[in-house]
Write a protein that binds this ligand. Structure first.
Ligand code: UFG
Length: 328
């Protein structure tokens, strides 16, 4: 299996997966509509095709003109708050467009897919760490669309013999150690890039959304996973597709509070980083920590950049060198 079609390959996670694949001598075809992705994030060794998943004709043409052995499907909308305001957009882009991709795959006899799912499928977990067999009760439209697509994959496995691996990401963070690619969302909503923008002087302060949670310091706890570790897991997933379908959590099994993230960023950057207590963000689960036992055991995956300080150090290298992201 050599030729990988990466939807959303110009995005934050997609660009890191593409780089990792190319470093491991896979051929990469990136398909991205560049609504949120960046052309400059696409490695020069990859083939880039601009296009939208809703364009079934174009997609089919691409599948006919290129040799494709497997698909990594990341193209999606992924902002929880936006999904609450505009659920139809999320349904169309994350579910309906995904179905178009699966139909084109089946038509062209491509039967392997790694899907970018999310911890959001669990909603507010009853137990920590969260295991794959725990209750799936998404609390926002974003999480619902990710769960719905997992169900569609399970059906397609039976009806069209498609093998899938669904990876439920926890909090992807950090940047490629080269410092050449990294996170660049506009607008930025994620904690670590916002904290580093304060360190750079691009923002005055970071808001801490909620200081009254039932956690050790009152702030929310998340499981941050380095984006390169996440990329490496996709390659392990691709290799395992011959053995059949499965679903894995992808986190580091360690939880850090918002306060701890800010304090670690102060140490890494040497900057004071002003933080202000603010109201809770709606729909924020207090604690999300993955059990990653299943992926470690079955795919022999283990994080290389598990330490929060290392995650922030790599992100800092990217942000310091690219204060305006890919725009320069
Ligand atoms: N936070 C702040 N201040 C900020 C930004 C975030 O205090 O300015 C807090 C949030 O309240 C949360 C934590 O920092 O407790 C992490 O927030 P992020 O926005 O960085 O990440 P989320 O955990 O909200 O989101 C992650 C993924 C999303 C995905 C979601 C699903 O990044 O893509 O999990 O649960 F949709």
């Amino acid at each position: 299996m050599k030729n990988i079609f990466v939807t959303g390959g110009a995005g934050y996670i997609g660009s890191h997966i593409s780089k990792e694949l190319l470093d491991k001598h896979y051929s990469v075809l990136v398909y991205d509509n560049l609504q949120k992705g960046h052309r400059k994030a696409v490695d020069s060794r990859a083939v880039f095709i601009g296009g939208d998943l809703s364009d079934a004709k174009r997609l089919d043409k691409v599948f006919k003109e290129h040799k494709i052995d497997a698909v990594i499907h990341l193209a999606a909308d992924s902002l929880v708050e936006e999904s609450v305001k505009n659920p139809e957009k999320y349904w169309k882009n994350n579910v309906e467009n995904g179905k178009i991709l699966l139909d084109v795959m089946a038509k062209n006899k491509v039967r392997k897919i790694v899907f970018s799912s999310s911890a959001a499928v669990y909603g507010e977990p009853e137990k920590i760490p969260i295991r794959e067999e725990d209750k799936l009760k998404p609390i926002n439209p974003y999480g619902k669309t990710k769960l719905e697509f997992e169900k569609i994959l399970q059906k397609k496995e039976k009806t069209h013999n498609i093998s899938f691996i669904s990876l439920r990401y926890f909090n992807a963070a950090g940047a490629d150690p080269s410092g050449k690619i990294g996170e660049d969302h506009k607008p930025e909503t994620h904690l670590i890039p916002i904290v580093l923008q304060v360190a750079l002087g691009k923002r005055d302060h970071v808001n801490i959304y909620g200081t009254d949670y039932n956690t050790k310091d009152g702030t929310c706890i998340r499981d941050y996973i380095h984006v390169t570790d996440l990329a490496i897991a996709h390659i392990a997933a691709l290799k395992s597709l011959d053995k059949g379908s499965s679903i894995y959590n992808l986190g580091s099994e360690k939880g850090y509070s918002v306060e701890e993230v800010i304090e670690t960023a102060r140490k890494v950057t040497g900057k004071p980083i002003r933080a202000i207590a603010a109201a809770r963000r709606s729909n924020d689960p207090p604690i999300l920590i993955a059990s990653s036992k299943k992926i470690k055991k079955e795919l022999k995956w283990k994080p290389k950049y598990g330490e929060l300080a290392v995650i922030i150090k790599t992100a800092w290298k990217w942000h310091k060198n690219h204060p305006n992201g890919f725009e320069e």
